[in-house]
Design a protein around this ligand. Structure first.
Ligand SMILES: [Zn+2]
Length: 205
C-alpha cells in the first residue's frame, strides 16, 4: 500500500536534479499552471479561474503537449481537414456522377446527330440510285422537257449532297446542338425537294 505522503515524497525525489515539471492542467480551458520548485499541488485550489477542474499532471514532455495557440490551430486545422475530406468523400462522387452524366448526355446528343447524318447519307445514296435509273430513261427518250426537268432535279440532289456535307462538318467541328439540328433539317428538306422533282420527271416519261 502506497500512501499519499509516499507518492508526494517520490514525486519530490523525481523532481530533484531532473527537468521533469509538474503542472495543474484545467480540464475545461486546457490552461496549464506550472508548479515552481517547492510548490505542491495541494497548495492550490483545484478550481481554475474559468471554473474548470484542475488536475495534477507530471510530464517532462508536457511542454510540447501543453495546450497552446499552435496546438489549437493544429486542432482546428484537423477539424477543417476532416470536414473537407468528408465533402470530398460524399460530394465528390456526386459531382463526378453529374459530370459523367453530362458527358454521357452530350455523347447521346452527338450520337443521335450522327445517327441522323447516317440516315441522311443512306437516303441520299438510295435517291442517287433512283436518279441514275431515271437518267437512263430520260436519255433514251426524246422528251426535252423531261431532260430539262431532270437536270434541275439533279441540281437539287447536288445541293442536298452539299447540305449533308455541312451537317458532317458541323458535327466534326463541334458546332452547337441548335446549329447541327438546323443543318440536319436543311439537308432533309433539300433531299425531299430532290426526291419530289425526280418524281415529276418520272411522271413526264
Ligand atoms: Zn480553466
Amino acid at each position: 500500500m502506497v500512501t499519499n505522503d509516499e507518492i508526494r515524497q517520490r514525486l519530490h525525489e523525481q523532481r530533484e536534479g531532473t527537468n521533469i515539471k509538474e503542472y495543474l492542467v484545467c480540464n475545461n480551458c486546457e490552461g496549464a499552471y506550472e508548479l515552481l520548485p517547492g510548490e505542491k499541488p495541494e497548495d492550490f485550489s483545484d478550481e481554475c479561474e474559468c471554473g474548470g477542474k484542475l488536475t495534477y499532471s507530471k510530464d517532462s514532455s508536457i511542454n510540447d503537449n501543453k495546450p497552446t495557440k499552435t496546438n489549437k490551430m493544429v486542432k482546428n486545422g484537423l477539424i477543417i481537414f476532416i470536414v473537407v475530406l468528408g465533402l470530398v468523400i460524399f460530394i465528390g462522387p456526386m459531382a463526378y456522377i453529374g459530370f459523367v452524366g453530362m458527358v454521357v448526355s452530350h455523347d447521346e446528343e452527338s450520337g443521335s446527330a450522327y445517327d441522323q447524318l447516317a440516315v441522311l447519307k443512306s437516303d441520299y445514296n438510295s435517291l442517287n440510285d433512283q436518279f441514275t435509273n431515271v437518267q437512263t430513261s430520260v436519255d433514251s427518250s426524246n422528251n426535252q422537257n423531261a431532260k430539262t426537268a431532270f437536270i434541275n432535279a439533279k441540281l437539287e440532289l447536288v445541293k442536298a449532297n452539299s447540305d449533308i456535307n455541312d451537317v458532317e462538318s458541323a458535327l466534326s467541328s463541334g458546332k452547337s446542338k441548335d446549329e447541327i439540328t438546323q443543318r440536319v433539317n436543311t439537308a432533309q428538306t433539300q433531299l425531299n425537294k430532290a426526291q419530289s422533282e425526280l418524281s415529276n420527271v418520272k411522271a413526264m416519261i
